[in-house]
Design a protein around this ligand. Structure first.
Ligand code: FAD
Length: 402
């Protein structure tokens, strides 16, 4: 395939860059460039609305549901420019995960009800799939939904729910039939998280941040009209959703940002009196991960442009997820290592995004704050969206028939 940019693509890049320069609030960009999880209203929702007004909130959605109709290369350029400018990622749960399930499997009433607010960021969503004893083995989930008239009565516990503490709605996998094969008894239910019986408790991450939660469901009454698709077909919708999640999980632009951050630190830091960047050992590590990242980027572009492959699509999604998550871990480790002893202070005071301005004090150059936090945070990327070992099992089964 041809990877050089056409004149039209270069013009598109200039248009995106100009838009970002004019509309991305500097404080928002600053928080995100340092590595804070976006704030619900001041980042996620405000930026979502700015992009929605321009028609750019959901680059990967079909035009009939509000997507801009871009080519895969335009989407790639857009993401690259957003990352460079420090724009926050929009709500993953709504735009990447739940929205596509609703426009693919939902009925007309559900499309009209949920898609416009998801597109504008008017409400935020949380994913309620994992349970204390159902992570990799998701089909063993136990949260039950029993039909009573025109409602489901839901009982159980979900865990690790990202952004659950400020989400308005959740999309849940629930067991509607315990008498059939586990995969056949699961349904996909939209749930208003302000309903009586829903309790959300925080789980604090080891870098001090809070964005994952436990969700307890105690006799929650959910209208039956919130069932997406057919009862008992939730496993199929979940697989569709997880394939989408993994294909989007390469996080090329995230890794490029951190690679450049590591390079900038190594240019400044001294090792034995000379800049660290001149150390052969460090330069070799930097070059090796840069090559891996470039190779991954080409793999993603081949998928985006539908280049034919002999591999099963699910195996491809898993391979991109595994490689992308390994590289995210390597680039953040590289940045922290480049800081040397300063890295020990790069986590301190980094759990409050609104304090971002003061986190950088006179002892810290701009690129130090958040490096430690980012390195710790990316330990989770080989777990969420499907653990690495399980992805390797999928690849060996579907791609190599092992
Ligand atoms: C930061 C973060 C955010 C998350 N956000 C969400 C969210 O928003 N919504 C949601 O529903 N879930 C979320 N999750 C949960 C995530 O999807 C699960 O953690 C993941 O699926 C792994 O499940 P588990 O934690 O139960 O680990 P387990 O399944 O218990 O796995 C433990 C270890 O055993 C290995 N293992 C398990 N089975 C096998 C096997 N068959 N072969 C080889 N090795 C195996 C795993 O690879 C792993 O290393 C999040 C998790 C994290 C860490």
């Amino acid at each position: 395939m041809n990877f050089s940019y056409s004149d039209a693509e270069r013009a598109f890049r200039a248009e995106v860059r100009e838009f970002l320069a004019a509309h991305l609030p500097p404080a928002m960009a600053h928080r995100h460039a340092l590595g804070f999880h976006p704030l619900p209203q001041a980042d996620l929702q405000d930026w979502n609305r700015i992009l929605a007004d321009k028609g750019w909130a959901a680059p990967h959605w079909p035009v009939e549901h509000g997507g801009p109709g871009w080519t895969p290369m335009q989407r790639h350029i857009f993401e690259e420019e957003c990352r460079e400018a420090g724009a926050p990622d929009l709500s993953w749960q709504g735009l990447r995960l739940c929205g596509p399930v609703i426009y693919t499997f939902g009925n007309e009433e559900q499309k009209a009800r949920f898609l416009p607010p998801i597109l504008r960021g008017d409400f935020l969503l949380a994913q309620g799939f994992s349970e204390p004893n159902a992570g990799s083995d998701l089909a063993s989930l136990k949260t039950s939904a029993v039909r009573e008239g025109d409602h489901y009565i839901v009982n159980g516990q979900k865990t690790w729910s990202s952004e659950g503490h400020y989400a308005d709605w959740g999309f849940f996998l629930v067991r509607t039939d315990a008498t059939v094969k586990p995969q056949r008894g699961i349904s996909f239910l939209m749930m208003d998280l302000r309903s009586p019986g829903v309790t959300v408790r925080p789980i604090r991450m080891f870098n001090g941040m809070h964005y994952v939660n436990e969700i307890f469901l105690d006799n929650v009454r959910v209208p039956a009209e919130n069932l997406v698709g057919e009862e008992g077909a939730g496993w199929r919708y979940a697989k569709f959703l997880l394939d989408n999640e993994r294909t989007s999980s390469a996080f090329i632009h995230f890794s490029r940002h951190w690679l450049e951050r590591a390079r900038a630190i190594a240019l400044r830091q001294k090792s034995g009196g000379t800049p660290l960047i001149e150390s052969p050992a460090f330069a070799r590590r930097l070059a090796a991960v840069e090559i891996e990242l470039r190779a991954l980027e080409y793999s993603v572009l081949r998928v985006l442009t539908h280049e034919p492959t002999s591999w099963d699509a699910t195996a491809v999604a898993s391979a991109l997820k595994v490689r992308g998550s390994e590289i995210q871990q390597k680039v953040t480790e590289l940045a922290l290592d480049a800081l040397g002893w300063q890295g020990l202070r790069a986590i301190e005071g980094f759990d409050d995004p609104l304090a971002a301005e003061t986190v950088q004090n006179s002892h810290w150059p701009a690129d130090v704050a958040g490096v430690g936090s980012g390195m710790l945070q990316t330990r989770a990327v080989t777990i969420y969206g499907g653990a690495k070992e399980v992805q390797k099992n999928i690849i060996s089964r579907l791609a190599f028939n092992l």
